[in-house]
Design a protein around this ligand. Structure first.
Ligand code: F6R
Length: 605
């Protein structure tokens, strides 16, 4: 979703701002803009469309040692040149870029209009530019504080004023803002991706925190002007982590990253001596772990699907009742929070507004939440009571692949840990450890079958619809397979438990509708075979993903994965489905990394 970049230093900051915006393109956006201050004059250039288009028409005079820039994802008002950020006050003195939604924008706008202010755009953000320009206060930070005290809603915001050309004031409430500390220059962004090429020294703002940023440093404080003493931390992410590594798409690169990403999730966490996992961030002792009676997993989209697989793993390995629910629904249904339940919030970005809302709902009612998060220092990582980082490396493509696989791996570690403080014997613990250690090489094996998977993708890409079926452990794999296909190829796809086919969806089976069946060699194999027969009998095209060919010539195509420990099967079974979706999308000429209407991190509701 929207992205913010800012620069204050001694050289022209516009090249950094444009490069930073390009680094944030992966988040999804519809327009882009830049404001720069030079010799006390503020100049703005913005346009609907891609960053490159805006940059190509950027007048030379939009330059200077201080600037702010933005990629916009429309909320108030359609995508257009005038609705793009930055927004300025009537005199063109104050410029504002903003991520999030100002909920009382209509009321504030009406009051400003009644006072004679003429608005140039339909946005909620423009309200802030006018409020800052009209606020009392000696310093820019005082005027920004005064403006933000009137604002309700979520924001990450950056403000500059042509009459104070040495500083940017930034603020955070529900939408991330990070400062980058350079040498005689400072950077501002909503995502470290925009600044790691220049510095690894960063400062994450908390909700309710502001900062005044000058070339020589920063000062952080609250809306009540209380100083908060923040120091920079070092992030172990570099610009290389955001490169495509020679691939045509980030998505393909990230599918290929998975052996190493899974190694990252497992690193230092397997304990052969006690046949268990070591999870440093868990911060729950064995006695407390034994007191847990249920596990409830919360996440959105693919993170939710990984939670369904995770719940199955925990229930199977640790014999604890476990289930998953979309965080977006959970937070609004007045859930009963049980002190003996461990709540687990799953999020790649750590910024998904619905998941963060669910975490806050649990905590408000006294519950305990464990985070499974990829982005270090993100909002959900900081909000949760304890956590397991994925260490999958940055995921740039909008569709999740390596974070999904690493989340399943993290769930296996959690299930092993919960199991070993309960009744799981050391033999089973060792067996699961061996299975986890084998995963990276087994993922490599699946990746080597890419050519075959691409050919199968070519055969299903022209379908207008597809079914994905699976049972028990295979069902969440089917859900995620359908999710990948629909979001990047735009082929309509639906997942069903294979057992449910005959209760309705079978009516839709025709030779034109491919069914992708997840059929591992597990206890459901025989029952799955009869579902395959039902599809084949109606002339339906069948692609089987599993450990062996189901036989009887029933499958038109088979995508094989190596055998793993049965509890870990879903991890490997998901990989061919990622490649299948990827190659279908490529065959259809889709924008694989930035599918239409989707954003990488959904920071608004
Ligand atoms: C699907 C996808 C989304 C995300 C969802 C949650 O490929 O990427 O469904 O999984 O928006 O995002 P995070 O994990 O960042 O909370």
């Amino acid at each position: 979703m929207c992205g913010i970049v800012g620069y204050v230093g001694k050289q022209d900051g516009v090249p950094f701002l444009l490069e930073g915006l390009q680094r944030l393109e992966y988040r999804g956006y519809d327009s882009a803009g830049v404001a720069a201050v030079k010799n006390g004059t503020l100049r703005v250039h913005k346009a609907e469309g891609r960053v490159r288009g805006m940059a190509d028409t950027l007048p030379k005079r939009v330059a200077g040692p201080l600037g702010i820039a933005h990629t916009r994802w429309a909320t108030h008002g359609p995508p257009s040149d005038v609705n793009s950020h930055p927004h300025v006050d009537t005199e063109g003195r104050v410029a504002v870029v903003h991520n999030g939604i100002i909920e009382n924008a209509a009321v504030l706008r009406a009051a400003l209009e009644a006072d004679g202010v003429v608005f140039a755009s339909d946005t909620d953000t423009e309200v802030v530019a006018h409020l800052v320009a009209r606020a009392d206060g000696e310093e820019l930070e005082d005027r920004v504080r005064a403006a933000l005290r009137q604002v309700e809603g979520a924001y990450g915001i950056a403000v500059c004023d042509a009459t104070v050309p040495d500083r940017i004031v930034v603020a955070r409430n529900g939408s991330p803002v990070v400062l980058g500390v350079g040498n005689g220059e400072m950077f501002v962004a909503s995502d470290i991706a925009a600044l790691v090429r220049h510095t690894q020294q960063v400062v994450f703002l908390e909700d309710g925190e502001l900062a005044t940023v000058t070339a020589d440093g920063f000062r952080t404080f609250t809306l009540d002007a209380q100083t908060t003493n923040k120091t920079a931390t070092e992030v172990d992410v570099t610009d290389d982590d955001y490169s495509r590594g020679g691939h045509a798409h980030y998505l393909r690169k990230e599918i290929g990253d998975q052996p190493e990403a899974v190694r990252g999730t497992l690193r230092g966490r397997l304990d052969h001596r006690f046949a268990t996992s070591r999870l440093g961030g868990l911060e729950i002792n064995a006695r407390e772990l034994r007191a847990i009676r249920r596990v409830k997993i919360l996440g959105c989209g693919s993170a939710y699907y990984s939670g369904i697989a995770g719940a199955h793993l925990i229930e199977t390995v640790a014999r604890l009742p476990a289930d998953a629910e979309p965080a977006s629904e959970f937070r609004y249904r007045s859930p009963v929070i049980d002190p003996e339940t461990l709540y687990v919030a799953v999020s790649q970005s750590g910024e998904t507004a619905d998941t963060l809302g669910a975490v806050q709902e649990v905590q408000r009612k006294g519950g305990r939440v464990l985070g499974i998060v990829n982005v270090v220092g993100s909002s959900i990582a900081r909000a949760t009571d304890s956590g397991i980082y994925l260490h999958a490396g940055p995921e740039v493509s909008v569709a999740s692949t390596k974070a999904y696989t690493c989340t399943l791996t993290a769930f296996a570690l959690l299930a092993l840990h919960l199991g070993r403080v309960r009744d799981l014997g050391p033999g089973d613990g060792e067996r699961l450890i061996a299975g986890l250690e084998a995963l990276p090489a087994q993922i490599e094996e699946v990746l080597e079958t890419e050519e075959h998977i691409a050919a199968v993708a070519g055969r299903i890409a022209d379908a207008t619809s597809a079914f994905f079926i699976g049972r028990v452990a295979g069902f969440p794999v089917a859900l995620e397979g359908a999710q990948k296909l629909k979001e990047i190829s735009y082929v309509h796809a639906e997942a069903y438990p294979a057992s449910e086919l005959k209760h309705g969806p079978l009516a839709l089976i025709t030779p034109d509708l491919p069914t992708i069946a997840v059929v591992p060699d597990d206890q459901m194999l025989e029952k799955n075979r009869s579902a395959l027969q039902q599809v084949a009998a109606r002339g339906g095209r069948l692609v089987v993903v599993g450990h062996s060919d189901p036989g009887d010539g029933v499958a038109d195509d088979v995508l094989l994965v190596p055998r793993s420990e049965p509890e870990l099967d879903p991890i490997l079974l998901g990989i061919p489905l990622q490649l299948l979706a990827y190659h279908a999308a490529v065959a259809l000429g889709r924008d694989v990394d930035q599918p239409r209407n989707l954003a990488k991190s959904v920071t608004v509701e």
